[in-house]
Design a protein around this ligand. Structure first.
Ligand code: ATP
Length: 372
């Protein structure tokens, strides 16, 4: 069993706090994604789990072993943590064959030769590298090289894989393919995996759970569906999903609408109930709705004028082939909708839009925390 448990972990570099009071429990066999913008502290978190950085405060446990506890002078070096790392740069040995690159960690640990041979071939088979064992890295494609790097990590059968943007050097098409392969491989091996990325699509498609981090602080941990459907705050709502969630300043009226000034939308009874309970009636809030929940009225099923509709000006259309991202305005209120390719909207014209109020979010204006 290899759960990875971070308790109240802080990392300071001089005056700068890179990781702030991180509490995270990664379960045995889980594929956990650390997701956040550049500089948010995800790599630093991973490096502390690896033992490449020491936390300033807090404890880290891998399996049943406490590997970092600065207060009590505990620090287990990387080589004794039973982890394997895969980085963005694959760092293969250029003069060695694929076989020797994969075998290297086992040779280092003085594993008997015939066992090395068996394990290298098994891993090569799993990764589709069997035909390439005698090649040198320069004779491989980017995807093949990344697979060799993975092979070298999995051949040791570590308790935990740590991966830092391992696919970011690959071209877009290969990245999509490797995403699926990596996910499948992780399922097959059942090894606890912690994977750093700033790419929300990668996070959504690969992770069992996602830990969203901003400015050194954990914002939310949940399954891809949880963080997408119920973002804990405006940061998570805006970071996950593409194009990002619309955020619109609004006032909650006493008769159960969100009022934007130029138009208003009727809230559902249970939404009004929550807002009333929490004291938001008559208050300013941030209204959030995803572009995919803003419809061209022509394609919407439930259209109730004065309740879930508005007449908007089409400012700009981004045609993506399969769909259109439509930038809309109602006077000074701006938002985007994701419309089907068949939508007949044109720039400079007006269109009736429908908001799927079941998918609406309301956030506290001061803290950005979700009310629902
Ligand atoms: P990226 O996606 O760009 O790699 P990240 O989320 O992985 O970003 P980290 O590498 O963890 O970010 O860095 C977090 C913050 O800590 C950054 O502002 C970085 O400049 C700072 N930082 C990291 N390592 C050090 C260090 N050794 N000394 C000082 N500051 C550091």
């Amino acid at each position: 069993m290899a759960d990875v448990i971070l308790k109240n972990v802080w990392k300071k570099f001089g005056d700068f706090t890179a990781v702030r009071d991180m509490n995270l429990h990664i379960k045995d066999g889980e594929f956990m994604i650390l997701l956040g913008p550049s500089g948010c502290g995800k790599t630093t978190t991973l490096r502390m789990i690896a033992g490449l950085e020491e936390p300033t405060e807090g404890t880290i446990q891998i399996g049943d072993k406490l590997v970092a506890d600065p207060k009590n002078g505990v620090f287990v070096p990387p080589k004794d943590r039973d982890i394997a790392m895969v980085f963005q740069s694959y760092a293969l040995y250029p003069h060695m064959t694929v076989y020797d690159n994969i075998a290297f960690p086992l040779k280092l640990r003085k594993v008997p030769k015939d066992e090395i041979d068996r394990r290298v071939r098994e891993v090569a088979e799993m990764l589709g590298l069997s035909e390439l064992l005698n090649r040198k890295p320069r004779e491989l494609s980017g995807g093949q090289r990344q697979r060799v790097a993975l092979g070298r990590a999995i051949v040791r059968k570590p308790q935990v894989f740590l991966m830092d943007e391992p696919l970011s050097n690959l071209d877009a098409k290969l990245r999509v393919k490797m995403r699926a392969e990596l996910k499948k491989l992780q399922r097959q091996l059942g090894v606890t995996t912690i994977y750093v990325t700033h790419d929300q699509v990668e996070a959504m498609t690969m992770g069992d759970r996602i830990a969203v981090i901003n400015q050194g602080q954990l914002q939310q941990v949940g399954t891809p569906d949880e963080v997408y459907d119920n973002p804990a705050n405006t940061f998570v709502g805006g970071f996950i999903g593409s194009p990002p969630m619309n955020f619109m300043d609004a006032t909650v009226t006493h008769d159960g609408f969100v009022d934007f000034g130029s138009f208003r939308l009727k809230l559902l009874p249970d939404q009004v109930e929550v807002l009333e309970e929490k004291g938001y009636l008559g208050k300013e809030v941030i209204f959030g709705i995803r572009p995919e929940d803003v419809y061209d009225a022509f394609f919407a099923q439930v259209k109730i004028p004065g309740e879930n509709m508005a007449r908007a000006l089409v400012e700009i259309i981004e045609n993506l082939g399969g769909e259109k991202i439509v930038h809309l305005s109602v006077e000074d209120v701006l938002f985007t909708g994701k419309f089907p390719a068949e939508s007949k909207v044109e720039e400079g014209q007006e269109v009736d839009v429908v908001f799927d109020m079941r998918k609406a979010h309301v956030f506290d204006k001061g803290s950005g925390k979700a009310v629902f």
